[in-house]
Design a protein around this ligand. Structure first.
Ligand code: 13P
Ligand code: SF4
Length: 303
């Protein structure tokens, strides 16, 4: 079926279900183009919390749809593909968190949103890549247990003062593939370019960057910067938005391996199937939802 037919079918189903479609910045271009809203994790969380719709169709990965279900219990949240998961979020579960909390009983637990609802429920406050520094800086306690991304945690530790940060050893399997050597070579090739990287990248990559930003912050930076060329250190899906919103500028991905297979599971056909069958509903048990919501609400109150 041609893309136009698929788009028409999606528009029909949206009406029938009273649905809004939201998509993460890493989704395939054609999926981003049918979404009502495209954004980074923080923007998507805010949007899903506020949106008045019977159904939210979430084109992204499991923890993002779960966050939507936690923040908007009145809506039916459908994940575009049941198996679209985040391997980083799977690196810590509620039992492991309990062990770490017992080891560091005085620490305030800061959970990256890339975690399950049960892990959020055991945490004091959440953060995303867009607000992690502000969230940690806002905390009165000087001892922080940061889960699960050690690279984001390390980056935050270089930006906040007077905090002892204990880092859980999780990581993003896509962003760690970018090596400092690739960044150095690209910078030699395009000396005039600005280097924008995601804080899930390795420390040695972050040190070479002009700016360390969430995905939507990269789009804003590119729009506002007088620079014409940018070297991008995040998942390749972001290039679609970067080009769409800045057609006169040039963007080069720092490595062809910056690819998240889970983000790419969603296609127009899977969005249609999900909506037709109303499948992949994401629900969170109420006791866990309320605790996880507290951690998310604390984050949303900071920035
Ligand atoms: P952003 O919140 O920056 O969009 O990142 C989400 C994510 O999963 C990065 O790998
Ligand atoms: Fe998870 Fe990394 Fe994929 Fe983001 S890019 S969803 S952190 S595996």
């Amino acid at each position: 079926m041609v893309v136009q037919q698929l788009e028409e079918e999606i528009a029909e189903l949206k009406k029938k279900l009273g649905a809004v479609i939201v998509a993460h910045n890493y989704q395939r271009p054609e999926v981003q183009d049918i979404a009502d809203f495209v954004g980074d994790s923080l923007e998507l969380a805010r949007r899903c919390a506020e949106v008045k719709a019977e159904t939210i169709v979430f084109c992204g990965v499991d923890f993002m749809a779960e966050t939507a279900a936690i923040l908007n219990p009145d809506a039916t949240v459908l994940l575009s593909v049941a198996t679209a998961c985040c391997p980083m979020a799977a690196m810590i579960d509620a039992d492991k968190l309990k062990e770490w909390k017992e080891r560091y009983p005085k620490a305030t637990v800061v959970a990256y949103v890339n975690t399950t609802a049960a892990v959020k429920a055991g945490s004091d406050i959440c953060c995303t890549s867009a607000n992690a520094v502000k969230v940690v800086q806002s905390l009165p306690n000087d001892e922080i247990l940061f889960i699960p991304d050690k690279h984001l945690g390390h980056y935050v530790s270089t930006k906040v003062s007077r905090k002892r940060m204990i880092l859980y050893p999780g990581y993003c399997i896509a962003h760690v593939r970018l090596r400092a050597e690739e960044v150095k070579m690209a910078k030699e090739h395009y000396p005039e370019a600005k280097v924008l990287v995601h804080p899930e990248c390795r420390e040695e990559v972050i040190e070479l960057a002009d700016a360390v930003l969430s995905t939507s912050q990269m789009v804003r930076y590119a729009r506002e910067s007088p620079a014409k060329t940018f070297l991008i250190g995040t998942e390749e899906g972001l290039l679609h938005r970067l080009y769409k919103e800045n057609p006169e500028k040039k963007f080069y991905l720092l490595s062809p391996r910056l690819f998240c297979a889970n983000m790419k599971r969603t296609r127009l056909e899977t969005v249609i199937e999900t909506m037709k069958l109303k499948r992949n509903r994401v629900t969170v048990p109420e006791d866990i939802r309320l605790k996880a919501k507290q951690a998310l609400d604390r984050m949303l109150a900071v920035v």
